[in-house]
Design a protein around this ligand. Structure first.
Ligand SMILES: [Zn+2]
Ligand SMILES: [Zn+2]
Length: 302
């Protein structure tokens, strides 16, 4: 259990309720809701939160999201310290945590700012690619739904940190235009004509391994593509190898990455623009027996 953020109920208690008019610190005036909860046998993760009205809880969740976005990476967080923006004076702290706070951790840019530099913003929010967006809050506020939501949030947050750190370490930005290795061969980022692209149409020879494709530029030039297929067949492995023969500037690696869900992460990159592209910011990983692997050990960038 981390103590970096207080439970949702604490966020909810920090504000009033727009539905029943309960003030900060006061429980919601919801007799029927509470009677229903009293009848059922609940071993709640955060039982207080479940007694709140949905608009109050929604505001609490948004507040929590903002705090998580502003907090440093988990590695840089001090154990026992809280990173919420609720009244810090009221937060109980252990003597050890107090001492740790006195040592002031280094200033770390919030993930939202770092991610915006990699992915851009849309309507003020990070333009996360498919599969990297924060999960939507649950519609029903049952213990199970809230617990699932909090777990999904933590998992997604870890993936967001992983993908952002990876891109930063290589000086890469996400491109919305990349489509296939042909794109990677160009001097400038421009999408293929549909009939020339090796991904589109389902019959494209690179279609299968480019599942969950993301394209990356370095200083505006196509520099890498990543994908996360559920399986990598012999044909796909042969195709990857074929590309490195076709264009010696291309290299690739296989392993695990941020997408998860049992997928294999593939990285194909331009060796003249990125000296070596590990699969994740943590370094190279070895994948299943999927043929030759060219993952290089460091994140050195030319
Ligand atoms: Zn209320
Ligand atoms: Zn293409």
């Amino acid at each position: 259990m981390t103590t970096w953020f207080p439970p949702l109920s604490e966020y909810a208690f920090a504000r009033g309720c727009p539905r029943c008019g309960a003030g900060p610190g006061e429980p919601c005036i919801a007799p029927r809701k509470n009677a229903r909860l009293a009848r059922a046998d609940h071993a709640g993760v955060d039982d207080e939160a479940r007694r709140m009205h949905a608009p109050r809880l929604d505001a609490a969740i948004r507040h929590y999201h903002r705090d998580v976005g502003k907090a440093p990476l988990p590695d840089a967080r001090v154990p026992g310290r809280r990173y919420d923006s609720l009244n810090p004076a009221s937060a109980p702290r252990s003597a050890r945590a107090e001492a740790a706070v006195a040592v002031r951790p280094p200033v770390v840019r919030p993930l939202a700012d770092r991610a915006a530099a990699v992915f851009g913003r849309e309507s003020g929010r990070v333009r996360w690619p498919y599969g990297m967006q924060p999960p939507a809050p649950p519609r029903t506020r049952t213990d199970e739904a809230l617990a699932r939501y909090e777990a999904a949030l933590a998992q997604r947050r870890a993936a967001q940190e992983q993908i952002t750190t990876w891109a930063e370490s290589l000086g890469l930005r996400h491109s919305q235009f990349g489509c296939c290795p042909r794109w990677l061969q160009r001097q400038r980022s421009s999408r293929c004509r549909p009939w020339a692209c090796t991904q589109y149409g389902g019959s494209g020879p690179d279609h299968d391994w480019l599942d969950h494709l993301l394209a990356w530029t370095r200083r505006g030039k196509p520099a890498a593509i990543t994908s996360a297929p559920y399986s990598v067949g012999a044909q796909d492995a042969a195709r990857l190898t074929w590309w490195t023969g076709e264009d010696p500037r291309l290299s690739f690696g296989l392993g695990t990455g941020w997408y998860g869900s049992g997928t294999t992460q593939i990285v194909m990159w331009r060796t003249d623009l990125v000296a070596a592209a590990p699969l994740t910011a943590d370094g190279p990983d070895t994948g299943p027996d999927t043929g030759p692997q060219r993952a290089a050990p460091t994140a050195d960038v030319i």
